[in-house]
Design a protein around this ligand. Structure first.
Ligand SMILES: NC(=O)C1=CN([C@@H]2O[C@H](COP(=O)(O)OP(=O)(O)OC[C@H]3O[C@@H](n4cnc5c(N)ncnc54)[C@H](OP(=O)(O)O)[C@@H]3O)[C@@H](O)[C@H]2O)C=CC1
Ligand SMILES: CC(C)(CO)C(=O)C(=O)O
Length: 302
């Protein structure tokens, strides 16, 4: 199965790199600067005691001459539209597209462009960043990819391709529910860390921090429930435990972007949740505050 990984950043570089290591037929669609760096330095996965150098196949948008069986989309939300233009020639009649962006909005954009049927849902749990050398730096020992069809038959053909590649994978019958659970998790983690400009542990160990984190989780979970996708108790308990852990160095990709002065996926992670909450009549004062805070950041960033 020919796999095109769109974006060799923190997430695409990590999962795509693992698939390369496992001998899968992977090509990375990259832009010229990233292509040069990977050509010179290799794609390196570092951190947590690892130092792996891979030499994957890369391709630029104007070099795509054939279609792929699976397109794994791992760009940030702001780059999605131009990425869709770039990878469109790789999409044939039977190509499946598996996006792993946080939030939910990208599904409509991808379905609008390529058709509902081929757009799978995906959830990644990983904590990686691109470091100053351009390497994929692992920050925590989590690495899972959950995926499934939203409309059609389960993509069973992916099980053997994505499985056994050094990260956990799960094909689920309820990927939309899983995406909501991840959205609650990432919105809560992102809200706590971005609004307080601190790690989960720094907030949780400060008086009032734990109560704040619980209140954020309550809001996020209430939106999921109102939307018809209540987060299962076990998953919600896990989210609460994670966002209130006093010694945790966990942040979120949104927070890492914020402290580096980069664009944050404000609308996709927070704004869209607030918008849906309003439509559903769910009160979200804390999420509204985080959204406003980050919108101001976004406008004044430049
Ligand atoms: N990092 C994390 O720990 C996690 C992130 N996520 C989510 O995953 C998604 C991706 O995030 P992340 O990997 O961190 O982001 P990064 O910014 O690290 O990576 C995105 C990559 O996409 C590339 N890109 C953008 N446009 C194109 C294009 N047209 N063609 C080819 N490549 C392109 C960028 O390339 P270039 O170098 O050229 O700019 C960049 O390398 C986000 O939605 C994020 O919320 C989810 C779970 C964890
Ligand atoms: C799992 C977690 C919180 C890891 O950083 C994440 O999904 C993100 O930051 O986007």
């Amino acid at each position: 199965m020919k796999i095109l990984v769109v974006g060799a950043g923190a997430v695409g570089g990590y999962f795509g790199g693992r698939l390369v290591q496992a001998g899968r037929d992977v090509t990375f669609l990259v832009r010229p600067k990233r292509a040069r760096l990977i050509g010179e330095r290799g794609l390196r996965i570092v951190g947590l005691g690892e130092d792996t150098t891979l030499h994957p196949r890369t391709i630029l948008a104007d070099e795509i001459t054939s279609t792929f069986d699976l397109v794994l989309v791992s760009v940030k939300a702001a780059a999605l539209r131009s990425a869709m233009d770039d990878f469109a020639p790789a999409v044939g009649p039977d190509t499946l597209i598996l996006p792993v962006l946080n939030g939910m909005r990208h599904l409509d954009e991808l379905a609008g462009r390529f058709g509902e049927r081929r757009i799978l849902g995906g959830v990644v749990m990983v904590s990686t960043t691109v470091d100053a050398d351009g390497d994929i730096l692992r920050l925590a020992d989590v690495q899972s990819l959950t995926y499934g069809s939203r409309t059609g038959p389960p993509p069973d053909e992916l099980v053997g391709v994505l499985g056994g590649a050094g990260f956990e994978t799960r094909l689920t019958a309820d990927i939309v529910g899983e995406m909501w659970a991840k959205w609650v998790f990432i919105a809560a983690t992102g809200a706590v860390t971005c609004l307080m400009r601190a790690t989960i542990g720094e907030v949780a160990s400060t008086p009032g921090g734990t109560e704040f984190a619980h209140a954020v989780v309550d809001e996020c979970a209430a939106v999921a429930e109102a939307a018809g996708h209540p987060v299962p108790k076990e998953s919600l308990d896990g989210t609460r435990k994670t966002v209130t852990a006093p010694h945790s160095s966990l942040t979120s990709s949104a927070y890492r972007d914020l402290v580096r002065g980069r664009p944050v996926e404000v609308e996709e992670i927070f704004g869209d949740l607030v918008r849906r909450a309003r439509l559903l009549g769910a009160p979200v004062p804390l999420l509204s505050l985080v959204t406003l805070n980050l919108r101001v950041y976004q406008r004044t960033r430049a």
